[in-house]
Design a binder for this molecule. Structure first.
Ligand code: FMN
Length: 418
């Protein structure tokens, strides 16, 4: 089962102004010497933050993180065949998504609880995305408010919505109205959490569903003095966007209980249609793995699809998103923008995703590893590293742009055929 595309034609060089738009952070060289790939950041994060925080960020669902490992193996199995003999030049990573220019086909995936990994995490991620000119999607369960993110990341701010069905979706609707008032231009509806599943590594820390600082947790915090100092600076982790709905002066555990009680089920197609009518900006659905679901979404007027298995955090039996991607691109790629996430750990992975038809690849855990390893400097470094690697991968393959990646010859043994 090999998926191949047309043989690469030589690409034209990018315009010089396209290359000037992006510049690396000041500590790049030093960080790169110590952490030359995201795997190094993951190792450092494991030692640098409390155990419960690392297990929350890093653990998958079901047995042995099998879904996470499948995502990684599926990426590794995709081979890109390079073409040589064209004039070498530094490729541009710039892309246009939904009418806006971004510096790279890389986005920060929506994640609940980055401030558990590093206090203030959501805002560190948002600032890094703004500086690097890449999309940042704030989660419904994020640790910063819509208004805070709109202030620090006005050009790259997307909002992800979970379904809160109580009172005729009153909270979800209010969140959407707030996002619109804050000039957010892209709304992402997550469809792939129809039920709550368990992540054994998170459950085993005793911190699943509550945040209680008992003796073992205190010990973990004491062994992570940088994390503890960041708590003093940025305050305790919080679910800021939901806080105002969780009753008068709610504690962190009140907000967590509210989120667990009220976030229920995945949006139905009728509900997607309602959000399409309500939301004037770009509308995306996230968590699609079947071309027919993509087809239904596009028929309802959705602008984009994020092919995803939630980074292996729902059940471990789901296919790798990269394996479902080509069939979904074939089905709706001419009518909607197809993005993907789940398992991206390098610029080569980003180029693999783009070669298989994704307009951009979103990244979750790797950004959290950066946050855990380097605190507030981490997300910017991860963005720099992935952009640098993406540029190198494009150059190695003999193409000068992200679009050029689509002309490459590809071996993709795991591609799903529906
Ligand atoms: C700690 C954590 C929390 C997440 N929370 C959300 C969330 O609130 N909403 C959502 O749509 N996806 C959530 N996701 C899934 C990500 O958006 C994304 O699909 C996934 O992380 C991509 O896979 P990767 O981690 O292998 O890059 C979360 C992922 C992680 C790691």
């Amino acid at each position: 089962m090999h998926d191949t595309t047309a043989i690469a034609a030589p690409q034209t060089a990018p315009s010089p102004q396209a290359l000037a738009a992006y510049s690396r952070g000041p500590h790049y060289a030093e960080f790169h010497r110590h952490y030359p790939s995201v795997a190094y950041l993951r190792r450092r994060a494991r030692r640098h933050i409390p155990h419960f925080a690392f297990e929350y960020a890093d653990g998958g669902s079901g047995k042995d993180d099998a879904g996470i490992k499948r995502n990684w193996a599926a990426f590794d199995a995709v081979e890109l065949v390079p073409r040589y003999g064209v004039m070498p030049s530094l490729p541009t990573c710039e892309v246009e998504l939904f009418g806006r220019r971004y510096n790279a086909p890389i986005g920060v995936a929506p994640m609940g609880g980055p401030s558990i990994i590093w206090p203030g995490g959501d805002l560190h991620l948002a600032r890094a995305a703004q500086r690097n000119g890449i999309p940042y999607a704030l989660s419904t369960a994020g640790g910063a408010t819509i208004e805070e993110v709109a202030r620090v990341a006005p050009d790259v701010f997307w909002f992800q919505l979970y379904r809160l069905p109580a009172d005729n979706h009153a909270v979800s609707r209010d969140l959407v109205d707030r996002a619109e008032a804050a000039d957010c231009h892209t709304l992402v509806l997550t469809l792939d959490v129809p039920v709550r599943t368990t992540r054994p590594r998170e459950t085993a820390t005793g911190m699943s569903g509550t945040f209680n600082v008992d003796l073992p947790v205190l010990w973990q915090i004491m062994r992570a003095p940088g994390w503890a100092a960041a708590i003093v600076k940025h305050g305790m982790p919080r679910f800021a966007s939901l806080r105002s709905y969780a009753g008068p002066n709610p504690s962190l555990n009140d907000v967590i209980a509210f989120a667990r009680r009220e976030i229920r089920g995945a949006f139905t197609w009728d509900e997607v249609r309602e959000y399409r009518d309500r939301w004037k900006g770009k509308l995306l659905v996230k968590g699609i793995l079947h071309p027919q679901d993509a087809e239904i979404a596009v028929s309802l007027g959705v602008d984009g699809i994020i092919v995803s298995n939630h980074g292996g955090r729902q059940i471990e039996a789901l296919p790798a998103a990269i394996d479902a991607l080509p069939a979904i691109v074939r089905q709706v790629g001419a009518r909607a923008t197809v993005l993907m996430d789940s398992g991206v750990r390098s610029g080569s992975d980003v180029v693999r995703a783009c070669a298989l038809g994704a307009a951009a690849a979103f990244v979750g855990k790797a950004f959290l590893w950066g946050l855990g390893a380097l605190g507030q400097e981490g997300p910017g470094y991860v963005a720099d590293l992935l952009i640098e690697e993406t540029q190198a991968a494009l150059g190695q393959c003999g193409v000068h742009s992200v679009e050029g990646a689509r002309t490459l010859t590809i071996r993709h043994p795991g591609a799903l055929h529906f």
